[in-house]
Design a protein around this ligand. Structure first.
Ligand code: ADP
Ligand code: MG
Length: 460
């Protein structure tokens, strides 16, 4: 840590100068147009020893910059300052003449107080609230249950288990519960974790012989919120620890809330005892939103962005994207971004163009599939054609198994489909390959970790 850095650069002037230098460097890399469209209106508002904060004009700009330019900006900052800094983005309050009503700044992420700082829980997103969760037939029961739990933890439904496909609002609801309880009772002991973070921390605690601390961190909370339970590693010790944690909290009448992409029954890794307990609480599904709900979600988002989008365009997007709220919002942002970059009006033609990658038979599927195959090939340093070809050397074989596993986990493809994808193999060959991979991962922790990392990266 270098406290000097703070002292040198506290004045707004210096931050402006620094940001201008970064803009110059970025212009060389991404061109004037992109910089003008997205980065020129940005201001640097804070610089600390390990991070810098940029204030941006809207939620759209924040998402876009985060997605597209985070790496580049961090790298430019590193080149300028000689150290790796984390970029943070806040939405700046519009000045009076920009908007009559000042939009509130998004709440700072609430960091659940860590019971033990060496096993930190994940931060709650301040902008995932019940108030901005659009309720429709597909999620009414889940949203109602989540609200009830937030209002009466450990009294309404315990445990609460939310399941459903990717991008349908499970994580949003978990954060909304955490935020609501925390707002009412700031001192509540709350842990928000994921199956992945539980696994990693537990394995670390074993290695570092700090199981006691790990246990204390998890078993002394009032609200235990576990996202993506499907990522709890399929290892006996981790599963057992998970079971005991669950059991302790359950018997102590603490509120337990979980989310996964499938039901407890389908989560093979849950022991029967745990599964039965889980099923004794309330299980609710979030489904894909119907057209009306999709339109409401888009309207809400447009309003939030302060953008003007014609009703026909909203309908056009809502009709084009049906399977996930995340994709739906991404599509809207794509439309807004395209209009802004090309200085064009938001009309049917522009929208059709923006939606192209999502369209066509299985368009989005294909996009996802390509991303998976590319990621695997990058990782194993092989050619994409080898994945479907006849090569049988160990590296190619493992890469192929990993690709099959990821396609199955991420896209829920059937064994038959996967066989087709990988050069016309039979479904039993695929099943065998997946089984082999599970076995290899059990023996090779590095491979297991690599696969989980790929999975997480692709998921996001
Ligand atoms: P999941 O955890 O089910 O994969 P998320 O909770 O991450 O999905 O949702 C994906 C995105 O869609 C998030 O930005 C979330 O805020 C948003 N979202 C999902 N459902 C709704 C909804 N009903 N109303 C408003 N936003 C939603
Ligand atoms: Mg989620």
């Amino acid at each position: 840590m270098d406290p000097q850095l703070n002292l040198d650069l506290t004045g707004g002037e210096d931050l402006d100068q620094l940001w201008n230098r970064l803009l110059k460097a970025l212009t060389r890399q991404i061109g004037r147009d992109a910089v003008q469209s997205w980065l020129e209106a940005v201001r640097m508002v804070e610089l600390t020893a390990d991070s810098f904060t940029l204030a941006v004009a809207s939620g759209t700009a924040r998402e876009w910059i985060q997605k597209r330019y985070c790496r580049l900006i961090e790298t430019a900052a590193e080149a300028e300052l000689g150290r790796r800094l984390e970029m943070r983005l806040v939405v700046r309050r519009p000045s009076r003449n920009e908007s009559a009503e000042a939009a509130p700044l998004p709440a700072a992420p609430l960091r659940p107080q860590a019971v033990d700082p060496s096993f930190p829980t994940l931060p709650l997103h301040g902008d995932c609230l019940f108030d901005n969760f659009v309720v429709g037939d597909s999620n009414r029961v889940a949203a109602g249950a989540a609200r009830a739990v937030a209002e009466a933890p450990a009294r309404a439904f315990n445990p609460l288990f939310i399941y459903g496909g990717v991008g349908l609002g499970k994580t949003h609801l978990l954060h909304a519960i955490g935020n609501a309880v925390r707002q009412r009772e700031p001192r509540v002991r709350l842990a928000y974790i994921s199956g992945e973070s539980f696994t990693t921390h537990f394995i670390n605690s074993l290695r570092e012989r700090r199981q006691d601390q790990f246990r204390r961190a998890h078993r002394t909370v009032d609200l235990w919120i576990v996202d993506d339970v499907q990522f709890i590693a399929d290892k006996a010790t981790t599963r057992q620890e998970f079971f005991h944690t669950f059991n302790d909290l359950f018997l102590a009448n603490r509120q337990i809330i979980m989310a996964a992409d499938r039901t407890p029954r389908e989560l093979r890794l849950l022991e029967d005892r745990l599964r039965t307990r889980m099923e004794s609480g309330l299980m609710v599904e979030v489904g894909a939103p119907d057209l009306e709900t999709r339109i409401s979600i888009l309207r809400r988002k447009v309003e939030l962005e302060g953008a003007a989008v014609p009703d026909e365009v909203i309908r056009q997007i809502a009709c084009g994207i049906t399977s996930s709220v995340r994709l739906l919002q991404g599509a809207l942002i794509r439309v807004l971004a395209l209009a802004s970059l090309q200085h064009r009006e938001i009309d049917a033609e522009l929208t059709a163009h923006a939606l192209e990658p999502y369209s066509g038979e299985g368009g989005i599927e294909r996009l996802g599939q390509e991303a998976v195959l590319r990621a695997v090939c990058d990782f194993f340093q092989i050619e994409e054609s080898d994945l479907t070809g006849p090569r049988r050397d160990r590296r190619t074989v493992v890469a192929r198994q990993v690709a099959m596993h990821l396609v199955r986990e991420l896209m829920g493809r059937s064994l038959v489909d996967i066989g087709q994808m990988f050069g016309g193999k039979s479904h039993s060959t695929v099943l065998y390959a997946l089984g082999r991979l599970q076995q290899t991962m059990k023996e090779d922790g590095d491979l297991e970790q690599a696969v989980n990392t790929l999975l997480l990266r692709l998921k996001s």
